[in-house]
Design a protein around this ligand. Structure first.
Ligand SMILES: NC(=O)c1ccc[n+]([C@@H]2O[C@H](COP(=O)([O-])OP(=O)(O)OC[C@H]3O[C@@H](n4cnc5c(N)ncnc54)[C@H](O)[C@@H]3O)[C@@H](O)[C@H]2O)c1
Length: 298
């Protein structure tokens, strides 16, 4: 008995890296899987070296006794995303699970980032996540059951140098996760986000040719996604989870941690006079570690 026996899943960007391991894991747990991958380069351009990674992963799944079909549509194309979800219905009769994992990066600091680099990354991560979910959610609603897992990143949850486009898209994915959890929870559909980690072509530059440590195996993300995709996770909705080393983690949903109150409101001068004594005591320093007021208690 697997966690996902009889279930049907679509995993986007599943021809390589983290998505590949998610597809293999969901299939090993009994799900029939649509392995989507358009087979692009890391920056989203054509990849001459790629030999249909979606089909390769399907063959791996079948060799291990599982069921899978490839799909080569781009998540960034709304109509194509509809065909992708249709592939699950045509091949396996329904869609129970959607994992939005496809991704590209085009890192530049803000002052160097081209509009095209911004738009391309937003199109795959942010719009792509909307596109597939927009087609899958009505079918899940009619069925009264569904699991959506959106792959986000710490770049969007707390920022990362050089990733304006990627951080914006991954923060938007967190926001959509919260909205969809509210909207779809009543229909038996859970929506959660996972911030993964692992040695893939997306992160290999961090290791500068060195062997990655065992806890950077991208396969380590998949068991958490498989659980979230299962019936047993029916009470887990609107959460942001993560992986650090061999740990799975739960992020705090952003919430107010301090307040300064004044009857009738504040003038700018009054804010300036009181800010440091109240809210200023709770700042989480970002980008200016040596500022003399940060960390000062009076
Ligand atoms: N690797 C990490 O440490 C890490 C950390 C945080 C978040 N993530 C996220 O995890 C996900 C997977 O990343 P990865 O490291 O495995 O990268 P990867 O480059 O190894 O795999 C991404 C796959 O997505 C596919 N893809 C790209 N654009 C597509 C499109 N428009 N339609 C369909 N498929 C498309 C690519 O062809 C590729 O096979 C991404 O969303 C990434 O942002 C990764």
């Amino acid at each position: 008995m697997g966690l996902l026996d009889g279930r049907v899943a679509v995993v986007t960007g599943a021809g390589r890296g983290i998505g590949r391991d998610i597809a293999l894991c969901l299939a090993a747990e009994g799900a029939s899987v649509v392995v989507n991958d358009v087979g692009v380069s890391l920056a989203g351009g054509s990849d001459e070296a790629a030999e249909d990674p979606a089909t390769t992963v399907c063959k791996e799944i079948e060799a291990a006794g599982g069921q899978a079909v490839p799909n080569h549509d781009s998540v960034s194309d709304f109509e194509a995303a509809g065909r992708m979800i249709g592939t699950a219905v045509d091949a396996f009769g329904k869609i129970d699970i959607l994992v939005n994992n496809a991704g590209i990066v085009r890192d530049r600091t803000l002052v160097k980032m081209d509009e095209a680099d911004y738009d391309a990354v937003i199109a795959v991560h942010q719009k792509g996540t909307f596109n597939t979910a927009r087609h899958a959610a009505p079918l899940m609603k009619d069925a009264g059951y569904g699991r959506i897992v959106n792959i986000t990143s710490s770049a969007g949850l707390r920022g990362n140098f050089g990733q304006t486009n990627y951080g914006a898209a991954k923060a938007a994915i967190m926001g959509m996760t919260f909205v969809w959890a509210l909207e779809l929870g009543r229909y038996g559909i859970t929506v959660n986000a996972v911030s993964p980690a692992g040695f893939t072509r997306m992160t290999e530059g961090l290791y500068k040719g060195a062997e990655p440590p065992p806890d950077q195996d991208p396969a380590l993300n998949a068991p958490l996604v498989a659980f979230l995709a299962s019936e047993e996770a029916s009470y887990v909705n609107g959460q942001v989870l993560g992986r650090t080393g061999f740990a799975y983690t739960l992020f705090q949903t952003p919430r107010q941690i301090a307040a300064m109150w004044r009857e009738g409101g504040w003038s700018p001068r009054e804010v300036a006079d009181h800010f440091h004594d109240v809210l200023g005591q709770h700042l989480q320093p970002v980008g200016m570690p040596n500022h003399p007021l940060l960390g000062k208690k009076d």
